[in-house]
Design a protein around this ligand. Structure first.
Ligand SMILES: Cc1cc2nc3c(=O)[nH]c(=O)nc-3n(C[C@H](O)[C@H](O)[C@H](O)COP(=O)(O)O)c2cc1C
Length: 160
């Protein structure tokens, strides 16, 4: 299957999780499509995107982002705001955040994605937030990768 990861990563954490996913999902094609903006300053709200990844051509899509100020970063928000429709494929959500409690970042990030994607009819099959400073980080990343694998396997069976 062809999986599109549409994501923003300011300091590289989210990017590294997706690169690990790409390396582990050897039976699939994982495309890393990063959303990019003119400025990398996270405090700038009036963001101009320079790279807007397409959602076309994938069997599943992963939206991923860090959390900035208890919300999705401006870059992620501006990307989501310009979406008008979604392909009819399973959608997965990944958040990386720093603070020790998911309610200090992880939950808001997932909620921020859902607020935009659900009205567009997204079939959200998996959500995961990864707490970066946790001693369980490696385990959480492994759990995410495992969950994605299982989900893709289930979808592949449904197709036959
Ligand atoms: C400007 C800024 C604001 C942030 N605000 C939060 C926050 O509200 N809650 C949180 O848990 N982490 C916060 N973080 C930490 C990032 O979400 C976390 O380090 C994430 O893993 C970074 O991912 P990235 O390296 O892919 O950009 C913030 C980081 C930055 C730079």
């Amino acid at each position: 299957m062809r999986i599109g990861c549409l994501y923003h990563s300011h300091t590289g954490n989210t990017d590294s999780v997706l690169k690990t996913l790409q390396a582990k999902l050897i039976d699939h094609t994982v495309v890393l499509a990063q959303i990019k903006a003119k400025t990398s300053d996270p405090s700038v709200a009036d963001v101009t995107l320079t790279e807007v990844p397409s959602l076309e051509g994938y069997d599943a899509v992963i939206f991923a982002s860090p959390v900035h100020g208890f919300n999705l970063p401006h870059v992620t928000q501006v990307f989501l705001a310009q979406l008008s429709e979604l392909p009819d494929v399973p959608v997965m959500l990944l958040i990386t955040h720093y603070f020790p409690f998911k309610w200090l970042g992880g939950h808001q990030g997932i909620k921020g994605f859902k607020k935009v994607l659900e009205p567009l009819g997204a079939n959200i099959v998996l959500t995961q937030s990864i707490e970066w400073r946790s001693k369980h980080r490696t385990r959480e990343i492994a759990r995410f990768i495992d969950a994605v694998k299982k989900r893709l396997m289930a979808d592949a069976h449904d197709d036959h």
